[in-house]
Design a protein around this ligand. Structure first.
Ligand code: 5GP
Ligand code: ZN
Length: 122
């Protein structure tokens, strides 16, 4: 998609603070973070919203979601099961469409958390 911001980030036409990349996915820091850790994970292929996914995207969606705990671990906000119960953690969020608060129409997963517990709304 020529006019898509996140396609431009995926193809490196626009810079971003990339924290993970493979053939299919890219993760980078949100430019306006809502918490100490705020990452966006995108498929490199253009899909506008979660509602534009079909059965052929199921495996991609699984890999997209599976990146969240890996990135959370790397950025210090994994869930840790201690003697007093679970600690740490993060929020995973996909906004879809205008009523879902989506601003950029390229499917992306927010991973929001930080060293301190964070439970804000976004
Ligand atoms: P949405 O509301 O669509 O779920 O989230 C879009 C997110 O993209 C917002 O959190 C916003 O801060 C982030 N964003 C918008 N433009 C840019 C950009 O040029 N670079 C980066 N890294 N993030 C962006
Ligand atoms: Zn795109």
């Amino acid at each position: 998609m020529d006019n898509c911001l996140f396609c431009k980030i995926a193809s490196k036409k626009i810079p971003a603070s990339v924290v993970y990349e493979d053939e299919e996915m890219l993760a980078f820091k949100d430019i306006n973070p809502a918490a100490p850790v705020h990452l966006l994970v995108i498929p490199k292929v253009h899909v506008a919203t979660l509602s534009d996914t079909t059965a052929e995207h199921t495996a991609m969606l699984g890999r997209l979601l599976a990146l969240a705990p890996k990135l959370a671990e790397e950025h210090g906000c994994a869930v840790v099961h201690g003697p007093d119960g679970p600690q740490g953690g993060y929020k995973t969020l996909i906004n879809s469409g205008p009523n879902g608060g989506q601003e950029v129409y390229h499917l992306h997963l927010h991973v929001i958390g930080g060293p301190k517990p964070w439970s804000g709304q976004r």
